[in-house]
Design a protein around this ligand. Structure first.
Ligand SMILES: [Zn+2]
Length: 375
């Protein structure tokens, strides 16, 4: 979707409008056309090609398309980072039709505008019907059924990208092997209750509580990719809902197997997870490129975007400390007549240590039968 801060004089509007119509005939090149690199993306047989865009009201000069290359070349912006979409704060004031029924131009009160596509229009309708049950992995296919390398458009001019949650990936929550298990996504620590956004336009395939994941939302996108948002405190979308990039799909939290509030975010294709950091720079919030080269080799747990051995050693050390702490933990059950000082003395500890371990204060009333951590 094009977004611009200028208001649109009639002539520009008609050129844009024609660009929509023209580029729709160009299949996958429509994104390039929208991005103002029409000339680079249209294959020509040599020399200059004149594409006459006729308007019924305003005469428009034919576009001169320099095209000395016989083959289609990828437009440069395809491989440049895409900033996280900033939705207009202003209310929409008008909608303009285009000649294509499923595309509208929405005008906002702050003189910005946006192409909007009817989400129910899908070029490949099987995307939202095949393998569409609510399982976390409805696909059951061998890895070698996928090509070695292929490319997908992540966003084009009719769709946007929004960072699901901007922040630093926990060094202990990267894609790869953690404690002998596969960690199929990245962990982004957050303050409980922070909004979590749909990364791309798409349709909600899963919205429910899943053991391990906690409150989980899975969105399938038109290019076949799926994004997973786990451990949510609250889910704001239901299965089969259509979502746009930047929609709040829930609030971050710590449900499921989680030791603290964080977003567990995954990117999968046909059920196979790859490191989302190949796609998104979570620290800057940017999508690394709108044209993404997906490799079968990304689907192994050892194919992580950052190979950081320092992290690995630190993780092992912290795992050891965590294990030792867990092994040393000791609980007692409060009996009639117990006081904090009595329990502290009996277990060789202090009242303040008991308070710290249990999140209580010295004058908390002890409930009989409650378990108290003493070590
Ligand atoms: Zn995780």
């Amino acid at each position: 979707m094009g977004r611009d801060n200028s208001d649109l004089p009639a002539i520009i509007r008609s050129v844009l409008f024609l660009t929509v119509c023209f580029s729709l005939h160009c299949g996958i090149f429509r994104a390039a056309a929208f991005d103002g690199v029409l000339s680079a993306s249209v294959a020509q047989s040599g020399g200059h090609a004149d594409v006459a865009l006729q308007d019924t009201t305003v005469g428009v000069k034919p576009l001169k398309l320099p095209s000395s290359r016989p083959e289609v070349i990828l437009p440069r912006p395809a491989l440049e980072p895409v900033k996280s979409f900033v939705p207009s704060k202003a209310a929409p004031v008008d909608t303009l039709d285009t000649q294509v029924w499923y595309i509208k131009v929405i005008l906002y009160g702050d003189n910005t505008w946006l192409y909007a596509k009817d989400p129910a229009y899908i070029e490949d309708s099987s995307i939202y019907t095949d393998y569409w049950d609510g399982a976390t992995n409805p696909y059951d296919m061998p890895l070698d059924s996928l090509p070695k390398v292929w490319t997908v458009w992540m966003v084009d001019s009719l769709s946007q990208y929004h960072c699901p949650y901007q922040g630093k990936v926990n060094p202990r929550g990267k894609f790869g092997i953690r404690r002998g298990r596969r960690h199929q996504g990245v962990d982004l620590p957050l303050v409980s209750g922070s909004p979590v956004y749909a990364a791309f336009d798409g349709r909600v395939r899963v919205s429910r509580y899943v053991s391990g994941f906690g409150n989980l939302v899975v969105i399938r996108h038109e290019n076949g990719l799926e994004t997973f948002y786990a451990h949510l405190n609250r889910r704001d979308v239901e299965r089969n809902d259509w979502v746009s990039a930047g929609d709040v799909i829930g609030l971050g939290g710590s449900t499921g197997r989680s030791t603290g509030p964080h977003l567990h975010f995954e990117t999968r294709y046909k059920g196979f997870a790859f490191d989302p950091q190949w796609l998104i720079n979570f620290e800057t919030g940017e999508l690394r490129h709108r044209f993404f080269m997906l490799k079968r080799s990304y689907f192994t747990p050892y194919s992580s975007y950052e190979q950081d051995f320092e992290d690995e050693f630190r993780n092992l050390e912290e795992d050891r400390i965590e294990d030792a702490e867990k092994a040393a933990m000791k609980y007692v059950t409060i009996k009639a007549g117990d006081t904090l000082s009595k329990i502290a003395a009996a277990n060789g500890t202090t009242v303040s240590a008991l308070c710290r371990l249990n999140g209580i204060s010295a004058d908390t009333v002890l409930r009989i039968g409650r378990r108290l951590r003493v070590r």
